[in-house]
Design a binder for this molecule. Structure first.
Ligand code: SF4
Length: 446
């Protein structure tokens, strides 16, 4: 789930976005600058002049038009001066006045029912876990899915599995590399099923990408935790494959998984993760969980919580179940009420934060290579703040006096965890100017 934060008016209004951004990230939401892709949009309004108030109203309407399904939150001076009027503007779901601003994030979670089920389990080219930026390319390797998970509309919407040829994919990767891209994410609706229609498989595809391209960093978007080819994890011996996978579990209870028609039981999931962690140093697993699936009893929910605790996920995307017309799950009896879903979602958010914090703590003192994103901000002391991810996909922040580190692979020391608990603080060790030189290094230097 993504949140888009916008402001009108003064610097103070702008600076408030930063603390909300940190709090939302802590709750597991990703930030986006595009209102169209957000589930929640917050506008910090201004009322310094009549014109500013008019613009605030106009901008709220525009945001609603650009994404009518997103939840729209109005806050700031104009929303405080005329809260009733603002609440009546088409599309506004919540008004947060200035005195309530420090509680804005908790008010969003308490007072808005968030549309948390993704419209599709995975959407090629997009992934809940990876943000789009100029340094990372999403390569769609296949479309469609042969399975029928009962909550998923994807098979209806996208049809049977169709894989692109290895040649096509390799050419696309090489083209991105020539254009300066240094990280690719292989995506699809059912990536693990790659090749089933063309007598190939994911192992073979990745092997050929490694052989026929020089792309230094390869990641996978969401991959269902079954159908992975034999010896798949052996591929990670090549350090160009980043030691992280997003493996959607959806529930930690086998009876719920059965009702979902998932093809992986909890024992098999646990065994898969254990195998990956044994074979791949520093391997990080992130996942999706749906709370409040039809018929989910208290006991089944307990089982999910117990299983999640055991898995040490680096990050959990939490979705409250919502009915999708045309799916089998929508016709299942015993739909769960909104309050129960909200309570379960809050419980799981708390566990997810603890789990991420524990995993971040284990990164302290390590040294690794990161690809810094091209965007940077200049701080008041003149230094620059860069963002990136460790090979195993923990978010890092680097503050340095150099202004030329964007879009570069650098070696960093992990020195701390930011107070908001959502990312790692780091210090620059060395810059690797020639991207190909990075291949001589292990991603984990120590
Ligand atoms: S495996 Fe299930 S959830 Fe994933 S795309 Fe196929 S039907 Fe949807």
């Amino acid at each position: 789930m993504k949140v888009c934060l916008e402001f009108l008016g003064c610097r103070l209004n702008e600076s408030e976005l930063q603390s909300w951004a940190e709090e939302f990230s802590k709750q597991g939401l990703m930030l986006t600058t595009k209102a169209q892709e957000a589930s929640v949009i917050v506008l910090n309004t201004c009322a310094v002049t009549g014109e500013a108030a008019r613009k605030s109203r106009q901008h709220l309407r525009k945001l609603h038009r650009s994404n009518p399904v997103a939840k729209l939150v109005a806050t700031g001076c104009y929303a405080s001066l005329e809260p009733e009027k603002v609440a009546e503007i088409l599309g506004v779901d919540l008004v947060v006045t200035n005195p309530q601003k420090q509680d804005l994030v908790s008010m969003v979670f308490d007072q808005i029912e968030l549309p948390e089920m993704p419209s599709m389990a995975t959407d090629p080219g997009e992934s809940a876990i990876f943000s789009r930026n100029r340094d990372r390319a999403f390569i769609k390797v296949q479309d469609g899915c042969r399975y029928r998970c009962t909550y998923c509309i994807v098979t209806v919407a996208r049809g049977d599995e169709r894989s692109r040829t290895i040649e096509e994919i390799v050419n696309e990767v090489n083209q991105h590399y020539r254009q300066g891209i240094r990280e690719i994410v292989l995506t699809g609706v059912h990536v693990g099923g790659y090749g089933s229609d063309i007598d190939s498989d994911l192992y073979h595809l990745v092997q050929q990408i490694l052989r026929q391209t020089k792309i230094p960093r390869i990641r996978f978007a969401s991959v269902e935790p079954w159908d992975l080819p034999e010896n798949f994890f052996k591929l990670f011996e090549d350090k160009r494959l980043m030691p992280h996978m997003h493996l959607p579990l959806q529930s930690g209870c086998n009876s719920v998984l059965r009702r979902m028609s998932r093809r992986c039981k909890t024992e098999e999931f646990a065994a898969l993760i254990a195998k990956a962690k044994t074979l791949i140093p520093e391997f990080n697993v992130t996942t999706d969980i749906i709370v409040g699936f039809p018929g989910e009893t208290d006991e089944e929910w307990e089982q999910t919580q117990d299983f999640v605790k055991l898995m040490n996920f680096g990050h959990i995307h939490i979705f409250s179940y919502s009915n999708r017309e045309g799916t089998k799950a929508a016709r299942l009896p015993q739909q769960i009420d909104a309050n129960t879903k909200k309570t379960r979602s809050q419980q799981l958010h708390k566990m997810a934060i603890e789990s991420t914090t524990n995993q971040l703590a284990q990164q302290l003192g390590k040294q690794c290579e990161v690809l810094l994103e091209s965007g940077k901000e200049q701080l008041e002391d003149g230094r620059f703040r860069y963002w990136g991810h460790t090979p195993n996909y923990y978010k890092i922040c680097l503050v340095d006096h150099r202004d030329d580190l964007g879009s570069q692979i650098v070696i960093i020391d992990i020195t701390g965890i930011h107070a908001a608990g959502s990312y790692l603080e780091t210090a620059l060790v060395a810059k690797i100017s020639d991207p190909e030189a990075s291949l001589k290094h292990f991603q984990w230097v120590s």
